[in-house]
Write a protein that binds this ligand. Structure first.
Ligand code: AMP
Ligand code: ZN
Length: 138
């Protein structure tokens, strides 16, 4: 269920300290030790899984139930103007800790974090074909 050397499993076991903000049977949330903004919260399943695809639907549902509720609460407590919910999946996507986690990052217009994804406009035919491929794979 938990991994010996995983830092988030150690937090779950209470072997390293954390500022917990929410806990139930399946999910634990605590404040990020290197926050992007005030109230930056990390939400994790209380079992070891490296990637989102390693969790079954019940675990994903358990996380989903908490994230919406907790986002609203954190945003309200720190009086944020908005928030980002992020899940970095894989090293290429910025995942550093190999235990599935969601970030709740409160946002303010003045926070200086910005939003810097360089989107390109899509080719309509490519979108049609891609949507077909994804539907066919379901
Ligand atoms: P990621 O880059 O998506 O893997 O994010 C990992 C996050 O975990 C980073 O934002 C870290 O600051 C945070 N983190 C790492 N160790 C701890 C810890 N001991 N307590 C709280 N947050 C941590
Ligand atoms: Zn773990």
């Amino acid at each position: 269920m938990l991994a010996e050397s995983c830092i988030f499993c150690k937090i779950i076991r209470g072997e390293i300290p954390s500022q917990k903000v929410f806990e139930n049977d399946e999910v634990l949330a605590f404040l990020d030790i290197n926050p992007l903004s005030t109230g930056h919260t990390v939400v994790i399943p209380k079992r070891h899984a490296e990637r989102l695809a390693d969790l079954d639907e019940d675990w994903n549902a358990a996380l989903g139930r908490v994230i919406g509720r907790l986002s609203k609460l954190v945003v309200s407590v720190v009086a944020a103007e908005g928030h980002n919910v992020l899940q970095n999946d894989g090293a290429v996507a910025g995942q550093v800790v190999p235990h599935v986690h969601y970030h709740i990052v409160p946002r303010w217009a003045s926070d200086g974090l910005g939003y810097r994804w360089n989107a390109k406009s899509a080719n309509a035919d490519e979108l049609t074909q891609l949507a077909q491929r994804i539907r066919a794979a379901l």
